[in-house]
Design a protein around this ligand. Structure first.
Ligand code: ADP
Length: 394
């Protein structure tokens, strides 16, 4: 008995001190018989004002019908819970509460205990969080839109620039050819009338016109490789390597170069004409940049992890210092401007071409100890490769 009293006292203390509202309701009359101090503080009614009222009268349930429905549910389950119940305090403030109601048997009589928790602050926090998340998503979308707009603008101006370079290079060729033609006529038909100085000048004009013609040709190739469609299909490497060697025949013969092309030749995914041009440029450089000995060039493949084929073009030439290896792929960047002819566009074409085929390019080289250039392309499934140039024999 003493224990019972002690627990009643403890319950009373909890009831008084709770920071949740607690209402005790008589299930027979459905009227409030007790309310804890927090309930008074929360809703603004005095203790006396609570007593004898039904729940809907203090705005806890919408109306009498809602109150009846809640009581039916409570009788059936012994328990009712509403998550977000709107509520008005006595002074008209709106709040939102979590409402839990339990039916208890107490000393042969039933009582209902309703616990009411103010969740307005939590709701405000949740709303703020949701707002922030929405704001963030809106900002992310704006950012994405502005990035794709800028990218589209850049792409457009890039394309316009490329078209511009192409048309300038193309249009400059005609007057250049005229100048070249007349300079040649001067040499052929009026040589006798010119003194040595006159002949020298005419030769300078010819040489400069030739250099400019190469430059314009390379610029046109570079623009084309940027703009043309590059359908990617399985390509038989051996045929493309042979075709590139045929294209470099004159340089190879004149330079007395030795070429080792070493099997195997797996098929890759690429674009045969682009790949051929890439190889022509790499082989051309390998033959060109040698000093004091016949060029020795090795072309071979290596299978890398992840289904990648690396094709090597290795030479015994003058090499490239490590610090210059990145910039030689830029347009017009040349390390040896006077000793070797060239325009400085060959490697830019190599890089762009390989990039457009979805591959990578690189090199290993030390000054005076030869260079080993490589390109990487995906390996083609073995049965699908087909001749790159139709029926043409190379
Ligand atoms: P170009 O050959 O017309 O000068 P590239 O773009 O093909 O232009 O090459 C850029 C520069 O890179 C060359 O001028 C040269 O200095 C260097 N280079 C390219 N290939 C080799 C090589 N195999 N050996 C040594 N240097 C090379």
């Amino acid at each position: 008995m003493g224990e019972l009293i002690a627990s009643e006292v403890r319950y009373r203390r909890l009831f008084e001190a709770a920071r949740d509202g607690i209402l005790i309701v008589d299930p027979l009359t459905r009227r409030i018989v007790d309310a804890n101090p927090f309930m008074e503080e929360f809703l603004g009614y005095t203790h006396g004002e609570f007593i004898g009222k039904e729940l809907f009268e203090i705005g806890l349930l919408k109306d009498e019908a809602a109150s009846q429905a809640a009581f039916r549910e409570l009788q059936a389950n012994g328990y009712v819970r509403y998550e977000n119940l709107p509520l008005q305090t006595k002074d008209g403030r709106s709040a939102e509460v979590e409402f839990v109601s339990n039916l208890y048997q107490e000393d042969k009589q039933q009582i209902i205990q309703c616990n009411i928790r103010d969740i307005s602050a939590r709701r405000t926090r949740e709303n703020a969080r949701r707002e922030t998340a929405l704001d963030l998503a809106r900002h992310a979308q704006l950012l994405e839109e502005s990035v794709s707009r800028r990218t589209a603008e850049l792409r457009l101006s890039n394309t316009q620039l490329e078209t511009f370079v192409y048309s300038i290079a193309h249009d400059l060729r005609a007057p250049l050819r005229t100048m070249q033609g007349f300079a040649q006529l001067l040499v052929q038909e009026h040589m006798a009338n010119l003194n040595q100085q006159g002949r020298d000048y005419t030769n300078y004009i010819n040489t400069a016109a030739q250099t400019m013609d190469h430059l314009l040709g390379d610029l046109l190739d570079f623009s084309r490789i940027n703009q043309q469609e590059i359908p990617l299909v399985p390509v038989a490497l051996e045929a493309v390597v042979q075709s590139a060697l045929v294209a470099c025949e004159t340089e190879i013969r004149d330079g007395r170069a030795r070429i080792d092309s070493v099997a195997p030749w797996p098929a890759v995914i690429g674009h045969a004409p682009t790949l051929r041009q890439v190889l022509v440029n790499l082989i051309g450089n390998a033959v060109k940049f040698v000093k004091g000995k016949p060029p020795q060039i090795r072309i071979r493949t290596e299978e890398r992890p992840g289904g990648i084929i690396r094709l090597w073009v290795e030479d015994n030439g003058i090499g490239i210092p490590v610090e210059s290896q990145e910039r030689i792929f830029q347009v017009f960047k040349r390390l040896h401007t006077t000793a070797y002819p060239g325009t400085g566009i060959g490697l830019a074409i190599v890089q762009k071409g390989v990039e457009r085929m979805g591959g990578r390019v690189g090199l290993v080289s030390t000054k005076d100890e030869g260079s080993r250039f490589w390109i990487e392309l995906p390996k083609a499934p073995s049965s699908t490769s087909r001749p790159p140039y139709g029926d043409q024999t190379i």
